[in-house]
Design a protein around this ligand. Structure first.
Ligand SMILES: NC(=[NH2+])NCCC[C@H](N)C(=O)O
Ligand SMILES: [Mn+2]
Length: 258
């Protein structure tokens, strides 16, 4: 597992900080970095809201263990590190002592998948993880895909929501500056619609935005990718695309005579 010591130290500090912000009653936005930071942000969220549900929006499932990973990259493993049901599939990892996987895989759902390793698919089937891969998004549309996942994880609509948004869930043409781009993904409009739908529940407590890597691609690639990420965050925080009139103002300004 590459750079596990550094990844683990960073995730530990992040976990503490995320828990502080949530205890303060604020919504947490965590900007990565790669998706391994999800270990810290979800761990921190779980400490405050044990009933949280997690929506992993990604081209990849990020549920490899060190045994199943072909790459050895920790950013392909955060979900497997977090879930208590998978703890028996890990060897003892000395640098991860601080993290006890307590989050249940029953509270996890996926949207946007299209590059899933075979053992990752086995895990999804074994644990029956609510998953709207790209072909399911094609069939149902993005809004009802999100609503289905929310309905399956939390039929009564009362649990705090954590969205871990990997920019590579968007099509590689929309967000090219990322390490493991995959074509055939969500459009930016689908990403925005999804975030608006989740915001509208009033229960979004934490958002991760990860895998934006400005070192990759041209100036135009960088600009498109960062713009896309900002649009996703704005939607998650409730900015309406139709715009907002100035608060408490009822009329347009009249010309002032000089
Ligand atoms: N967060 C990401 N971009 N993950 C990509 C993971 C790719 C591949 N499944 C791996 O395990 O290495
Ligand atoms: Mn990811």
């Amino acid at each position: 597992m590459e750079h596990l010591e550094q990844v683990s130290a960073c995730a530990q500090a992040l976990s503490t900080r995320v828990a502080e912000v949530l205890r303060d009653g604020r919504v947490v936005v965590t900007i990565g970095g790669d998706h391994s930071i999800g270990v810290g942000s979800v761990d921190g969220h779980y400490k405050v809201n044990e009933d949280m549900i997690l929506i992993w929006v990604d081209a990849h499932a990020d549920i490899n263990t060190n045994e199943t990973s072909d790459s050895g990259s920790v950013h392909g493993m955060p979900v497997a590190l977090l879930c208590r049901e998978l703890s028996d599939y890990w060897p003892y990892l000395p640098t991860m002592d601080w993290q006890v996987p307590r989050f249940s895989i029953k509270n996890l759902g996926y949207i946007g998948l299209r590059s899933v390793d075979s053992y990752e698919r086995l895990a999804i089937e074994k644990y029956n993880i609510p998953t709207f891969a790209m072909e399911d998004v094609d069939t149902h549309g993005i809004k009802s895909s999100v609503q289905h996942v929310l309905q399956q994880l939390d039929p009564r609509g009362e649990k705090p929501i954590h969205v871990s948004f990997d920019i590579d869930s968007l099509d590689a043409l929309e967000a090219p500056s990322t390490g493991t781009p995959v074509r055939g993904g969500l459009t930016l409009r689908e990403g925005i619609n999804m975030m608006e739908t989740i915001y509208a529940t009033g229960r979004l407590r934490a958002v991760d935005l990860v895998e934006i890597n400005p070192a990759i691609g041209t100036d135009t690639d960088r600009r498109h990718t960062i713009d896309a990420g900002l649009s996703i965050l704005k939607a998650a925080l409730g900015a309406p695309r139709r715009g907002t009139a100035p608060k408490g103002v009822l009329d347009l300004p009249k010309p002032t005579t000089a």
